[in-house]
Ligand binder design. Sequence first.
Ligand code: AKG
Length: 334
Amino acid sequence: MADGRLKILSQHLGHKPANFRGFQENIVLNGTQGAAAGVNYTLGNRKLTPQQEAFYEKQGFLVIRGLVSPDKIENYRQRFADICSGRVQNRGMLVMRDVAIAKSEFVQGEKAVTKIQDYQNDPVLFSYCTLPEILEYIECFTGPNIKAMHTMLINKPPDPGTKSSRHPMHQDLHYFPFRPAERIVCSWTAMEKVHRENGCLVVVPGSHTRELQQHVYPEWEGGVNKMYHGIKNFRPDDERVHLEMETGDTVFFHPLLFHGSGMNRTEGFRKAISCHYASSTDCDYIDVEGTTHENIAEEVIGIAKKKLGEEVQFEYADAWKLKGRLVRGQEGCM
Ligand SMILES: O=C(O)CCC(=O)C(=O)O
């Protein structure tokens, strides 16, 4: 029976069992009693099998293999290249460049671009956020009224030799001035094969049950990309699992899950497309004053004022109100 469960768990993770013995032993030892005692992080609709539901409850993430078809992924890849080269209109997206590459020389096109953020006004990229195959899963975490809150296409070009292609371990809730966390979820779809060499996602299983931590810029010699905050007191002995995935595989994860990614040691790119969703009717904004969000709020407001003018009255929640898009069900407080 333990063997059968191991097989199911390893399918979720998309790993060869031999690589992740430690993680699997841990699951066998702890079982899924936590989940059985009470469902907190999922809504118990029928899309998830009992095993999938128990896995997410306990580990805070769930990998679904081959969820997005290769032709759709190819569309997003082409669009990304066209945005980077300026062939299509930008429509307000934030195009972020690697800190080390940007400093040393001007590199054209997608080689220096680390991320395209806020693609909610781009019809091609935004079609990812409305895919029924994704939303069917999202509904298990948010309920029927779903708002796409945060959109990113993350590109990891070959590391320029500074290790700046790493993404420090963090919790996405650090960026979000809305609650409850349980009704927020991320979908992250691999746009090519992702593995340890090109910097796949790394997660700390079960860390979604911990509190929101203080985040700061890590003190890395080669520099840190803009807004890549990391957990201030991250314990390196926390057990980590590398999520190796094929094109189209999708991981859904909780906004408190500790995660990050390693450097890209290959000559190729490592791309992923993602969206964070929240319940439009169960979630609402919080006041970030006096909370751990203050540093990121200040940074984002600073960027907005640079764009819009210093005199503009702008609160952190406004950034989110502006970019959220309803994708299913009805509007609420969000
Ligand atoms: O795709 C990655 O490498 C990590 C992205 C991520 O966690 C983020 O941008 O918040």
